[in-house]
Design a protein around this ligand. Sequence first.
Ligand code: CNA
Length: 254
Amino acid sequence: MNTNQLDTIAELLEKARKITVFTGAGVSTNSGIPDFRGENGLYSYVQKHYNLPYPEAIFELDFFREDPRVFYSFTGEMMTDEVQPTTTHHFLAWLEKHEKISLIMTQNIDMLHQKAGSSRVFECHGTFQTGHCLSCNKEYSFEEFETNLKSGTVKQCSCSGIVKPDIVFFGETLPAAFFDLLENPPATDLVLTLGSSLQVQPAAGFILQLTGSSTPSILINLQKTAYDSYFNHVIHEDVDAVSDYLWEILAGKL
Ligand code: CNA
């Protein structure tokens, strides 16, 4: 690791009061949930483990209507008790406790930021907190289909329709509140992007629009992204190794 660069980033974090964070699947890979496009990503995983016509089908509405078992069995793997927040999730929760975080915009649907104790979280690709029947639109709370999600069995509505958790599938619109935040982003004095290929729009546009101004910006991601040049500081390392290093420095200062 380039420790000079990390020391500079630690100084930026120490000074900042309104960090806007953007996280992707890369912050959760060390907890055991594969990302989409990383080397051992979900796309290669589902192709090996599930009988899918093509990997993206797992998050497609038409395929879900036809065979919801694949999606439910994936959530069953993701929601086991073994899946715990990583150092990075805990580090962000700690920064929030020290009043440094303006917002964590996450593309993730694993709820690990909240599990680590962060509360300023916006889940732009939806949530498992609620679900709706695809036939009669009846709403269900997380508690009402938690057992199904965890055991990988399809939740059926009282009308015998299929219940789909309110996470955003391909082709679906993001929550209206996302577009409000896109138009009126929170006050930000540091941009911190962690573990995302920045390939998925409009989510990535939210953070990319905050770069390029006088606000310093940081990207920490294992692989290069198509948007590295948008950021002032780019680190291609494991995000937990970086968080560990930064946390150790900041723990003595905050
Ligand atoms: P992505 O396109 O799969 O990119 C993830 C990026 O993270 C890759 O560029 C990797 O190089 C990088 N990465 C992987 N592990 C690490 C690590 N340990 N340290 C640093 N970098 C790492 O995923 P995005 O989030 O950019 O794409 C957006 C999709 C993925 C969203 O719609 C998510 O909902 C969706 N997704 C979410 C989860 C989850 O909730 N945990 C899991 C899989 C996919």
